[in-house]
Design a protein around this ligand. Structure first.
Ligand code: PGA
Length: 246
């Protein structure tokens, strides 16, 4: 399966700052044969501009979040067709920062996942336990519940193409990364739980960097990574998604 690397810029690189990074990534990908699929998820205000820059390149655009309704009185929200209009093909749903700071629950996330499929946006469903849950031996229970409730009501045919990102919360932006064996165990369980879903891809996320990515990519059930901090600079991101040439 083709490897998938998703850059989650979060609330960074919103405007002009992103131009230079996007230009560098585009020129690298034009000059090198990059085997992996690379997705950039800039902040909403930069989507149009970045989308234009990525047209005619192999790099793909993604949103960091969206509302589940097609339009309406939802001040500050972004509808799925708006993401489509900017050229997005992917959308991150249920990132732990949205769960934690914006109180997104599995029921809301479920609606967003359904909306993404309805609009032919590939959802990147984020799952992960916090440190207390891991230390209490409840990591899988937590993830299993997020998975079941987040995908409720969608059969395996409807889930074709789904991307799941396993991101232990204690590893996000902390510099602490999960043991590859632990990440593999969770990815394997997620795959087993989802059963026969066509073209399912599972990513690991949480302090991924050039120095640790190879270990994750050796894991049987890990198809790529969701990268925050180390995706903000092209020089850091390139050796993660193109370990062959860089
Ligand atoms: P990080 O973020 O790579 O900075 O840990 C990952 C993420 O939140 O998706």
């Amino acid at each position: 399966m083709r490897e998938l690397f998703v850059a989650n810029w979060k609330m960074n690189l919103g405007g002009r700052n992103s131009l230079e990074q996007v230009r560098e990534l585009c020129s690298y990908c034009q000059q090198n044969e990059v085997a992996a699929e690379v997705v950039l998820c800039p902040p909403a205000t930069a989507l149009f501009m970045v989308g234009e820059m990525l047209s005619n390149t192999d790099i793909v655009l993604g949103g960091q979040n969206m509302h589940y309704e097609d339009k309406g009185a939802f001040t500050g929200e972004i509808a799925p067709p708006f993401l489509k209009e900017t050229g997005c093909r992917y959308v991150i749903i249920g990132h732990s920062e949205r769960r934690q700071y914006f109180k997104e629950g599995n029921d809301l996330i479920n609606k967003k996942i359904k909306a993404a499929f309805r609009w032919q946006l590939t959802p990147i469903l984020c799952l992960g336990e916090n440190l207390t849950q891991r230390e209490a031996g409840k990591a899988w229970e937590t993830v299993e519940n997020q998975l079941a409730e987040g995908l409720e009501g969608i059969d395996s045919m409807g889930l074709a193409g789904l991307v799941v990102a396993y991101e232990p919360i204690w590893a996000i932006g902390t510099g602490k990364w999960a043991q590859p064996a632990d990440a593999q165990e969770m990815a394997g369980r997620i795959r087993a739980k989802l059963g026969e879903v066509d073209n399912l891809r599972i990513l690991y996320g949480g302090s991924v960097k050039a120095a640790n990515i190879s270990e994750y990519m050796q894991c049987e059930d890990i198809d790529g990574a969701l990268v925050g901090g180390a995706s903000l600079k092209a020089v850091d991101f390139i050796p993660i998604f193109d370990r062959q040439n860089s």
